[in-house]
Design a protein around this ligand. Structure first.
Ligand code: NTF
Length: 791
């Protein structure tokens, strides 16, 4: 390993050890580790071919992979080797790991789920490709200026990406615009615009199993580099214009996942990566099959939300226009390959495209969508329509072109059946199924929490890493005093390390013995960071009123970005920072209450915060959080949840036991009912002196003394259109927080509850989720050889 690293340093980086920077060392190490994956990767491809296996194609606009170096090293079991080699070379392993930029090719839960699924697919040895976009700029970087969010472009590709292989030979043309010809029963699309999709491959190797899949991300390139005529005329801008336009398609990730942007470029991005992926998988299929009617036996395409829903019409187009299959046969054939996952019920997130726009960019696809629509109406008269009020509704399109549609938690799936797709569900009563989300234990325990990982492994070996249900054996340890002490100490160590980091990065001193209460996720009204903050102010008031009470010291930690155009979310960010300024400087609550909000929350920061948390805030308005996956990461790492009966919280509570979970708030049914009452928010505020006081303080400018009107909009919203029922759940939330305070006072009892959380989270491994998809949706299996190995 040492020699390999030095060779890479010399021959790939062109540096000698005396002049190498951290970056050079990291690249040398990464390339060395990458070399070790290649054999496994090739062999897996060969085995999948030999076994003529069904392949899974996971199409996703987002893969929120974060930093990869630790996953790569640990899945290959190279930790000791790499560490040892670097020590011998006088280099610091941790410094090198932390030098890798966080690949933020996603917004939040949907993108991170795709990344966890890639790890599980490889670990289970299921032949799979992840298909997405190689964005030049991932999710924006966030900083705060006077408490307000500032966005700067993210630039992960300013450095070479160590893990990818460029595939200039894997390139497909992607067409847009133009018109369609119908001649002698043959249809031809004459596009007006063309770009090239070039593949970049990142191998994904499973945990200890010698199986490798591929994450294939597409980058947009111009068909011809530049216009020589314009250049020779001296018009240099014009010479590069078409090149720049083509590259725009993979330039940047849209920074919002909860509203439908309806932008032309977004539609082009969606079609771009979907069409490239379909060409690629068809090419692979036709290499060793000639009967397209067998396609569903070899190809399973999973649509991660509606973003790739154009895959339905695109696959039909390829089958009909390029391979001469009858339309009537092509539609069910495509459907048998396709499945769709729904990730949100928020109406503003359901994608729709103006017919005029879709028809202008994808004229043939609009024709095919009309045929799909007619077919559906003929077979199921009165079916909900894809085309309505001049829009193409992508949810309906995805549903109608999928043989299975899944929700992401038990509650969410029931709500999908009862709300967005109620009518389609009546027509297709077996199509909607549930697959509750999961998380990969490799990243979310093994790598991010070495203290707890070693403790568990010392107690029971490392079988749990690929079979997380083994953690139930830990329940017996709750009476083992030495184990419990070590369990508590590992949490204490993580909190001390986090306190150091926060001291350095935010300049705030924390007491590691205080309760670390953490809410990290996108800032959104339905997630109710505002309710958490109001409760913090109420607690501060109570602490000042009763200074002699035995208060449980708290650190409230927030992390998360707001979509750049979401003004209410940005006001909430500013309010958190303004309140922090006042409370953190109040001598009356010193040592008892602190608020920290480190900027630029990302996957790497989650890996740091989650292992150091005591209390996990999962407080969304019931019915709004489809699943949540952060909730699972916290519980696995021994944090207790304070939460509503929403998304996967419901199932987490069932697994860990209601006595180990702080429940509060209205249920999804009660939420719907409450919204019918006129003036529900005012009534709730009037009934709660505590909330009234807090809102009064904010409205008066207590936290913005030089700009006292700053939060009138926020307070006014709570009085007049508190759609997410912050006011109605406030008192119940406040009470649950006091129950958490009391519980925390008994450290041994708290630790026992925390252990019950860790020990009960096995079911939430994404390995279990992927097994469910493979069984109920894809009918995909690991080829024999891989099964033998993992047996
Ligand atoms: C998210 N949806 C949901 O909001 C989360 O509850 C869920 O855990 C993840 O998906 C993964 O299923 C989205 O990100 C989106 F884009 F659909 F809004």
């Amino acid at each position: 390993m040492k020699d390999d690293i030095l060779n890479r340093l010399q021959f790939s980086l062109g540096k000698d050890a005396d002049h190498a920077s951290v970056y050079d060392w990291r690249m040398a190490v990464s390339l060395t580790v990458r070399d070790q994956m290649v054999d496994t990767w090739f062999n897996s491809t060969k085995e999948a071919y030999a076994a003529s296996s069904k392949r899974v194609y996971y199409l996703s606009m987002e893969f929120l992979i974060g930093r990869l170096i630790e996953d790569m090293i640990s899945n290959l079991q190279l930790e000791d080797t790499v560490r040892g080699a670097l020590t011998d070379l006088g280099q610091d392993f941790d410094e090198i790991v932390h030098d890798e930029p966080d690949a933020a090719l996603g917004n939040g839960g949907l993108g991170r789920l795709a990344a966890c699924f890639m790890d599980s697919l490889a670990t289970l040895g299921i032949p799979a490709f992840g298909y997405g976009i190689r964005y030049e700029h991932g999710l924006f970087e966030q900083s705060f200026a006077q408490g307000q969010q500032v966005e700067r472009p993210e630039t992960w590709l300013n450095q070479r990406h160590a893990w990818e292989f460029e595939r200039p030979e894997v390139q497909f043309p992607i067409c847009f615009g133009g018109h369609v010809d119908h001649h002698d029963g043959k249809t031809t699309w004459h596009p007006s615009e063309k770009v090239l999709a070039t593949a970049y491959d990142t191998p994904v190797i499973g945990w200890k199993n010698e199986w490798g899949n591929t994450l294939r991300l597409w980058s947009a390139e111009p068909v011809s580099q530049f216009d020589l005529d314009s250049f020779n005329r001296g018009d240099y801008l014009a010479a590069g214009r078409s090149e720049a336009l083509a590259r725009t398609i993979s330039r940047v990730l849209y920074p919002d996942d909860t509203t439908d942007s309806g932008k032309e470029l977004r539609l082009k991005q969606e079609y771009f990566f979907t069409a490239a992926s379909i060409q690629d998988l068809m090419r692979r299929y036709l290499q060793d099959h000639d009967d397209l009617r067998q396609l569903p036996e070899h190809v399973a395409i999973q649509l991660n939300d509606t973003h790739p829903a154009i895959a339905g019409p695109e696959l039909v187009r390829v089958l009909v226009d390029e391979h001469g299959i009858d339309m009537a046969e092509a539609i069910p054939l495509a459907r048998a390959c396709l499945a769709y996952t729904n990730h949100t019920l928020l109406p503003e997130a359901l994608e729709k495209w103006g017919e005029w726009l879709l028809g202008r960019i994808l004229p043939r696809h609009l024709e095919i969508i009309r045929i799909i629509e007619e077919t559906q109406q003929r077979e199921h008269p009165g079916s909900p329509r894809i085309l309505e009020h001049g829009d193409v509704r992508m949810g309906e399109l995805a549903f109608i072109m999928a043989h299975k549609v899944n929700g992401v938690s038990a509650l969410h799936t029931e709500l999908v059946k009862e709300t967005v797709f109620a009518d389609l569900h009546r027509i297709h009563p077996t199509r909607i199924i549930n697959q509750t989300n999961g998380i990969t234990p490799r990243r979310w325990l093994y790598n991010c929490n070495p203290g707890l990982r070693d403790l568990i492994t010392d107690a029971m070996g490392d079988g749990w890493v690929a079979d997380l249900e083994q953690l139930t054996a830990l329940k017996a340890k709750r009476d083992d005093a030495a184990f419990m002490q070590a369990f508590q100490a590992s949490k204490r160590d993580n909190k001390a390390a986090l306190s150091n980091w926060i001291g350095q990065t935010c300049g705030i001193a924390l007491d590691p013995d205080a309760m670390f209460d953490v809410q990290i996720k996108r800032i959104h009204e339905y997630k109710r960071q505002l309710m958490n903050l109001l409760e913090t102010v109420a607690l501060w008031n109570d602490m000042r009123d009763n200074p002699d009470h035995d208060w449980t010291p708290r650190v409230k930690i927030f992390g998360g970005k707001a979509a750049p155009g979401y003004y209410m979310a940005k006001d909430i960010i500013r309010l958190i920072n303004d309140v922090a300024e006042v409370i953190n400087n109040d001598p009356a609550t010193k040592g008892r209450l602190k608020i920290v909000y480190p900027p630029n929350y990302n996957v790497t920061m989650a890996e740091r915060l989650i292992p150091a948390s005591d209390l996990s805030e999962q407080i969304s308005t019931a019915g709004k959080e489809a699943s949540g996956t952060g909730n699972m990461k916290f519980a696995l790492n021994g944090a207790l949840t304070i939460g509503t009966l929403d998304g996967a919280n419901v199932e987490i509570r069932e697994h860990v036991g209601s006595e180990n979970f702080f429940l509060f708030g209205l249920t999804a049914a009660e939420v719907m009912e409450r919204r019918q009452h006129h003036g529900y928010a005012r009534a709730a505020i009037e009934a709660s002196p505590r909330l009234q006081r807090v809102l009064g303080q904010i409205a008066e400018g207590r936290f913005a003394p030089h700009d006292t009107g700053r939060y009138h909009g926020v307070v006014g919203m709570l009085y007049d259109h508190d759609y997410f029922l912050v006011t109605c759940d406030f008192d119940s939330y406040f009470d649950a927080q006091r129950r958490a305070d009391n519980a925390y006072q008994n450290a041994d009892n708290w630790a026992a509850m925390a252990l019950m959380n860790t020990a009960s989270m096995g079911w939430f491994s994404s390995d279990r989720t992927i097994k469910g998809y493979a069984r109920d949706i894809w009918n995909a299996h690991p080829p024999r050889a891989a099964m033998d190995r993992s047996a």
